[in-house]
Design a protein around this ligand. Structure first.
Ligand SMILES: Cc1ncc(COP(=O)(O)O)c(C=O)c1O
Length: 411
């Protein structure tokens, strides 16, 4: 059995299960219910065409590099690595992070005070949000947006304020790149109010594959400085930027760096998403509070995983893995682009990460095909195309947040 295909009852069916009580879930539990990922999962599991090729949820179907796997196996033989790690992270991993990332920021990252190792970037982001964002605060997100931020902000009672990344003309007919989508700084400035606490930037961007330019990030950072905002920079795909320079927000200048928290995922870097390890880098004044929220949310991250990543990072710096992986992802993206070229569907090609936005305006669905209410309630074609493809062709994608676009993940 595919371990991902765990079938849970839908919320609407829970009341018919045995064990009746009056125990009601919290607001937070309800917020987390019914996102696009669980919808896709349910449709995939129920599809008559099996197995479904899942190009929707970023599931990598190959192993992490051998040198990291070997380091993991060795770690398991060490008594120390089978017990709790220190709360803020294994010293060897924090040292490796400091060694590798300090030169980017032109300051020495103190392993104990400027870094917090977390259970994946997801927990790094939640720990950061919980450390600084209060109920009623507003947080600016750039749209289309990685849905996780929206849910995490709801969990703390904050309000997401959306600023659009504008699609270029020709989106319906031409192939474009993620970088053709632009942020209008006037829209961004207008979105800042007295309640704004933070901005979440994702670079390289999920789902557009946009790699923000130095000028764009500098402008975003300067607005954060002038309004005293926290900048949470989700850079989980930082080693997967191709054909274009990648700028780390915290590397621009000291005023931007002082308010920037950078989230990085070692799961993404090593194609080991199941290992659940990532980290936040920032100045000690900020990281201190994240170390506290992280201690409550997770206590510590997995010890052998951290030990393996510590060695893996140092080896990857020497053995060319980053470049090899970048080339590999680029080739995978190109394979899907070739297919889309062949069938004549325009797409947005990523310049970083592994997402492809595909324009589905040209697709004609059979008029008699019956869609369930969970699909028709959205009133847009992307949900229908996703549902149809899973059920009739056995390929899963994600509805884009624009009506005529679906997202494929090529990882
Ligand atoms: C943009 C972005 N940020 C954060 C995460 C979470 O990363 P992790 O698996 O390390 O928790 C993901 C995962 O897909 C992502 O796409």
């Amino acid at each position: 059995m595919d371990p991902r295909q765990i079938i849970r009852p839908a919320k609407r069916d829970l009341r018919s299960l045995p064990g009746k009580t009056n125990i009601e879930p919290t607001e937070q539990a309800n917020i987390a219910e019914g996102n696009v990922w669980s919808w896709i999962h349910e449709i995939i599991v129920a599809s008559p065409v099996q197995p479904v090729a899942n190009l929707g949820t970023g599931f990598v179907d190959f192993n992490p590099p051998k040198f990291v796997l070997e380091a993991y196996k060795e770690a398991l033989n060490n008594v120390e690595y089978n017990q709790y790690a220190p709360i803020t992270g294994l010293p060897s991993l924090k040292l490796a992070v400091s060694k590798i990332w300090s030169p980017f920021y032109e300051r020495v990252l103190n392993p104990d005070t400027d870094i917090c190792i977390c259970n994946g970037a997801q927990e790094a982001l939640l720990s950061s949000i919980m450390a600084f964002v209060r109920p009623g605060d507003e947080v600016i997100l750039f749209e289309p947006v990685f849905e996780l931020y929206v849910v995490q902000l709801k969990l703390v009672g904050a309000t997401a304020v959306y600023v659009p990344l504008q699609p270029p003309k020709g989106i319906d007919t031409e192939n474009l790149t993620g970088n053709d989508w632009r942020l209008d700084m006037r829209d961004f400035k207008k979105a800042v109010t007295s309640k704004t606490k933070a901005v979440i930037l994702n670079n390289p961007h999920n789902p557009l594959g946009k790699v923000f330019t130095l000028n764009e990030i500098r402008s975003i950072g300067q607005i954060c400085v002038s309004h005293d905002l926290l900048l949470i920079s989700d850079e989980v795909y930082e080693r997967i930027a191709f054909d274009t320079p990648f700028t780390r927000a915290a590397s621009i200048d000291s005023t931007i760096s002082a308010r920037t928290l950078t989230a990085i995922s070692l799961g993404k870097l090593f194609n080991a998403t199941g290992w659940r390890v990532g980290f936040v880098i920032g100045h000690a004044r900020l990281i201190h509070h994240i170390q506290n929220t992280h201690a409550v949310l997770a206590y510590a991250s997995s010890s052998p995983t951290q030990a393996a990543c510590a060695r893996g990072l140092l080896e990857a710096e020497q053995n060319g893995f980053w470049e090899e992986n970048r080339r590999d992802v680029k080739a995978r993206v190109q394979r899907i682009c070739n297919v889309l070229d062949e069938i004549g569907l325009p797409y947005v090609k990523p310049l970083g990460a592994y997402f492809l936005f595909v324009n589905i305006s040209k697709i004609k669905l059979p008029p008699t095909f019956k869609f369930p209410r969970t699909v028709t309630k959205h009133g847009s074609k992307d949900w229908k195309v996703c549902y149809y493809m899973i059920n009739e062709i056995g390929v899963a994608s994600i509805p884009g947040s624009c009506k005529s676009i679906v997202q494929l993940v090529t990882g």
